[in-house]
Design a protein around this ligand. Structure first.
Ligand code: PLP
Length: 376
C-alpha cells in the first residue's frame, strides 16, 4: 500500500533528541527551541518567531494578541481546517465566511470588503496548499478598515508572495509542524510576529502570563505573573526533532518538488483532454510542494477515482468539508454572499500521496493508475 503521508524523518532526529535529554532540557525554550526560532527568523525575515505546541495554538495566541472579544467578527474562507475558525470562536467571535477562488482554492480577495461590518476585527487568509492568497489586496482592505491580518500559513513554510515569505505579510503568521506538514515535530507550530511592540506580550501569553522570557534573558531578577496567558510552548525534545528537518529544509523541499513536478507534467495530458484540472500557481507566487491535488468532474467521479486507487494499493484522500456546513458552523458562523465555489470545488478535489522520500517508481505507478482510470 502506498501511504498518503509518511511523517518526514531525515536520520538526525534521534541524535538531537538524545542531546536534549542529555542536556536535561526536556521542557520548553531549550537550545533546540531557540535554534528553531532563529532558523525561522532568518529564513523568513520575520522579526520574531516562537515555536508553539501547534498551529492551532499559534492562531489562538494571535487571536489573544489581536484582542478579539465576544461579538467581534472575523472573516475567513469556509474551505479550511477547523483550527482556523476554532481559535476565534474560543474568544467568542463570530466567524464570517466568504467564498473562495476556484483557481487557487484561496479566499476570494474581491469578496472580503462587502463582508465587513462595524463588528469586523480581523481577516484570516489561509494559504491553501502553500500557495499564497492575494495579499496586496487583503492588506489594502485591512489598512482601509483598520483590521488585523492573521495568516494561516500552516501549509505555507518556504513559500513566497512577491518575494515575501508567507506568514510575514500580515500582523501575525501561523505555521504548523504537524506530522502531515512539510517539516514536523509530531505536533507543533510557530507564531511569526511582525510588530516589535507585540513581541513581549506574545512571550508573556505563551508562558502562562509570566515574564519568564525576560528573566531567562537576565533582564529581571525573578519572574512573576503579569498578564492573562496560557501554555503554548513545546518540549525541547519535539523541537530537537524539528531542528533536524529545518537543517535539511532545502533538500526536503527539493524532494517534494520533484514529486510535485512529476505529477504536474504527467497530468497535463488529462487536463488538455478536459478530464481533470490541475493546481494553479500564480506567477508572483512560489510554492513549497506541500500538496498535489487534482479536480475531478464531480463528487461521484472523485469517489470512483479514490476507490480505484485504493483497489490498486494507493491511498488518496479528500478534505475539507466546508466549515459552514459542519454542525459547529451552524452555531458559530455565517456565510456572507453566495457559496458559488466553496462546496462545489471542495467536492471534486482529491489529494495524491506526497511526502519526503516517496520513491520515483511509486510516483510513476500512481500516475499510471490515475491515467488508467481516465483513459482506459
Ligand atoms: C494543519 C493545519 C492547521 C492546524 O495545524 P496544527 O498544527 O495541527 O494545529 C491549521 N490550518 C491549516 C490550513 C492546516 O492545514
Amino acid at each position: 500500500m502506498i501511504a498518503f503521508n509518511v511523517p518526514p524523518y531525515t536520520g538526525k532526529e534521534i541524535k538531537y533528541i538524545e542531546e536534549a535529554v542529555a542536556n536535561h532540557k526536556i521542557c520548553g525554550d531549550g537550545a533546540f527551541t531557540k535554534k528553531c526560532n532563529e532558523w525561522i527568523e532568518q529564513k523568513t525575515g520575520t522579526p520574531k518567531a516562537l515555536l508553539t505546541t501547534s498551529c492551532t495554538h499559534a492562531t489562538e495566541l494571535a487571536a489573544i494578541l489581536a484582542d478579539i472579544q465576544p461579538g467581534d467578527e472575523v472573516i475567513m474562507p469556509s474551505y479550511t481546517f477547523v483550527s482556523t475558525a476554532d481559535a476565534f470562536v474560543l474568544r467568542g467571535a463570530t466567524v464570517v465566511f466568504v467564498d473562495i477562488r476556484p483557481d487557487t482554492m484561496n479566499i476570494d480577495e474581491n469578496l472580503i470588503e462587502a463582508a465587513i461590518t462595524d463588528k469586523t476585527r480581523a481577516i484570516v487568509p489561509v494559504h491553501y496548499a502553500g500557495v499564497s492568497c492575494e495579499m496586496d489586496k487583503i492588506m489594502e482592505i485591512a489598512k482601509k478598515y483598520n483590521l488585523c491580518v492573521i495568516e494561516d500559513a500552516a501549509q505555507g513554510i518556504m513559500s513566497t508572495y512577491k518575494g515575501k515569505a508567507l506568514g510575514t505579510i500580515g500582523d501575525y503568521g501561523c505555521f504548523s509542524f504537524h506530522e502531515t506538514k512539510n517539516f514536523s515535530m509530531g505536533e507543533g507550530g510557530a507564531i511569526l510576529i511582525q510588530k516589535e511592540d507585540k513581541i513581549e506580550e506574545a512571550e508573556i501569553i505563551r508562558e502562562k502570563g509570566t515574564n519568564r522570557a525576560k528573566f531567562f534573558r537576565g533582564q529581571i531578577d525573578k519572574y512573576t505573573w503579569v498578564e492573562k496567558g496560557s501554555s503554548y510552548l513545546p518540549s525541547d525534545m519535539n523541537a530537537a526533532y524539528l531542528y533536524a528537518q529545518l537543517e535539511l529544509a532545502e533538500e526536503i523541499t527539493a524532494d517534494r518538488m520533484a514529486t510535485w513536478n512529476m505529477y504536474h507534467e504527467a497530468f497535463e495530458e488529462l487536463e488538455q483532454k478536459g478530464l481533470v484540472e490541475r493546481p494553479f500557481i500564480p506567477e508572483h507566487c512560489t510554492h513549497n510542494a506541500h500538496m498535489y491535488y487534482l479536480k475531478c468532474k464531480d463528487l461521484e467521479e472523485r469517489s470512483s477515482l479514490i476507490s480505484y486507487l485504493k483497489e490498486n494499493d494507493i491511498l488518496a484522500v479528500f478534505h475539507y468539508i466546508p466549515l459552514h456546513s459542519a454542525p459547529a458552523g451552524a452555531k458559530y458562523s455565517r456565510f456572507h454572499g453566495e457559496d458559488k465555489f466553496t462546496t462545489a470545488e471542495s467536492e471534486r478535489l482529491v489529494r495524491l500521496p506526497l511526502y519526503y522520500g516517496l520513491k520515483k517508481e511509486e510516483v510513476e505507478y500512481i500516475i499510471g493508475k490515475v491515467k488508467e482510470f481516465y483513459l482506459k
